[in-house]
Design a protein around this ligand. Structure first.
Ligand SMILES: Cc1cc2nc3c(=O)[nH]c(=O)nc-3n(C[C@H](O)[C@H](O)[C@H](O)COP(=O)(O)OP(=O)(O)OC[C@H]3O[C@@H](n4cnc5c(N)ncnc54)[C@H](O)[C@@H]3O)c2cc1C
Length: 477
């Protein structure tokens, strides 16, 4: 019997199933560890912290049920993980890789320190379907900058193999920290109407099973935010790793157009992770470098109105209010609201990215920055910058009955489907009948879309041509 234990360092893979980091191929007992790290937690809003606390509680319980337990420590993982492994006289520390610049630097330091201590490190990639860096163009060895060929190669790529068990878990050798106290969780903030998902892998598996009842209609319903089950809402489970992406893919399969369309979204997820792993600057810099030179406006009032859902554009406000109320926003609304910030207010996409990163329960650097760059037209395979979403057209197309807007902007609920998306087009009598006073009960639009569009085209063209001029004009209206 080999008694020197291994350590499974849990991070964004909070599950037991399809979890290679928890398996010791040579049958050593495995001690499960999680480290609460202040640095990434500092940019997480209360919902993501609360959800993390729930997932950790559920994971600890599951591990205890399987004969082990979970030690939760706090501090800089670069110190905590090697010290813990050394005190245990561990043989190997295993984890699943992560692609953010911070995670990669941290992991390299941990690996280096473990090596100096004579302890092995073993890294798996069960966070994605394919390990970042493995789906690349044959000709260049680099990740495709266009999604369709990436997705084709991704579909055909062979999966790497990892051990599946059996598990031999060890009880925790030390007491950990009080997770609830550290994360400020269990607060009464989550007692309102919009509850967070239940924690843990078993609850996540149930969510996946529930989704199977709707996935076949995904293709036709996925763009309509009023349909609560039009998309899976599995993003936070994929982000925390309470679901394995391979497992999701296997369970859903591709037997119908809806299922294939859904699986394609998992390829987008892998693509953004592949890109960030190869181009760490994607998190903070335009992938098309000249667009780092767009003369973004400084407009704290506009930014605050956007965050608060008070722009005067009902569809934008509805999306931002859904985000604040639930920590999740429908993909179509993420595109519309992000486009409004960047192209209507001409505010730097990085400010919006940071706001989403704090508020979203599924926030992940690769997905968030990648998608923001897509919307801003600064990223790979993004729509050209001169294609600018019209928020009214988008609203009428994807919320034709106005149900989504009325749900999140109740002060407009007196307006019917045709008119709810542009209340400023109504006459005074109609507004009075609907109980709306623009500028009092609901804001006037903070910007004129047509004028803002022209302003943005000029700013982007100047950046593209190297003739930037700072735009000092105030927002229109
Ligand atoms: C500006 C902006 C910021 C975003 N930030 C994030 C983020 O921080 N984290 C995040 O997980 N997603 C992000 N997305 C992508 C997408 O909006 C969400 O993944 C999706 O809305 C989650 O809802 P769902 O689980 O119901 O998705 P579904 O439609 O059911 O899709 C299934 C899964 O596929 C993946 N997926 C779907 N769309 C995308 C996409 N466009 N890019 C990458 N993966 C995708 C997600 O993992 C999702 O759970 C962002 C999109 C935009 C436009």
């Amino acid at each position: 019997m080999l008694d020197s234990p291994d350590v499974c360092w849990f991070r964004r893979d909070l599950r037991i199933a399809d979890q290679p980091a928890l398996v010791s191929p040579d049958g050593r007992p495995v001690v499960a560890l999680y480290v609460l790290d202040d640095r990434p937690l500092a940019t997480a809003g209360w919902r993501r912290r609360e959800l993390l606390a729930r997932h950790l509680d559920a994971l600890a319980e599951q591990l205890r049920g399987a004969g082990g337990g979970l030690v939760v420590l706090a501090g800089d993982p670069c110190d905590v993980v090697p010290r813990f492994a050394e005190e245990l006289a561990a043989h190997t520390v295993r984890w699943n890789g992560d692609v953010s610049g911070y995670a990669r630097r941290r992991d390299a330091t941990v690996e280096d320190r473990l090596t100096r201590l004579g302890i092995r490190s073993e890294i798996h990639w069960a966070t994605y379907v394919h390990a970042p860096g493995t789906v690349v163009a044959r000709s260049t060895g680099l990740v495709q900058r266009v999604f369709t060929p990436f997705s084709k190669a991704w579909t055909q790529a062979e999966r790497s193999h990892w051990p599946a068990g059996p598990l031999r878990l060890s009880t925790p050798p030390v007491d950990g920290v009080d997770v609830g106290a550290m994360l400020g969780s269990g607060s009464t903030r989550d007692s309102g109407e919009h509850l967070l998902p239940d924690g843990g892998e078993l609850a996540a598996e149930q969510r996946l099973r529930d989704w199977l009842g709707s996935v076949d209609r995904y293709e036709e319903r996925r763009n309509f935010p009023a349909e609560d089950d039009g998309t899976s809402h599995l993003s936070s489970d994929l982000r925390f790793g309470t679901l394995s992406p391979r497992h999701v893919l296997d369970v859903v399969g591709t037997d119908s157009p809806g299922r294939s369309a859904f699986v394609r979204q998992l390829a987008w997820r892998d693509w953004y992770a592949h890109l960030l792993a190869e181009e760490p600057r994607l998190a903070h810099h335009a992938m098309k470098p000249h667009f780092d030179d767009v003369a973004w406006r400084t407009d704290p009032t506009g930014f605050e109105a956007w965050c608060a859902g008070r722009t005067g554009y009902p569809i934008v406000d509805a999306g931002m209010r859904q985000l604040t109320a639930t920590g999740w926003m429908h993909n179509r609304l993420r595109m519309i609201t992000a486009s409004f910030l960047v192209k209507d207010l001409l505010i730097d996409w990085r400010l919006g990215e940071a706001h989403f990163r704090r508020e979203l329960i599924d926030a992940e650097v690769s997905q968030n920055a990648g998608n923001w760059q897509w919307v801003a037209g600064t990223g790979p395979d993004a729509a050209p910058y001169f294609r600018i979403f019209n928020p009214i057209t988008q609203a009428r197309r994807f919320d034709p009955d106005g149900d989504y807007v009325r749900r999140w902007v109740p002060e407009l609920s007196g307006l019917d489907d045709k008119r709810v998306h542009a209340p400023w087009e109504l006459g005074p009598l109609d507004l009075e009948v609907a109980g709306i006073t623009l500028g009092e009960t609901y804001p006037w639009p903070i910007v004129d879309h047509a004028e803002a569009r022209e302003r943005t085209l000029v700013a982007y063209a100047a950046a593209a041509n190297g003739t930037r001029e700072d735009i000092t004009s105030p927002p229109v209206r």
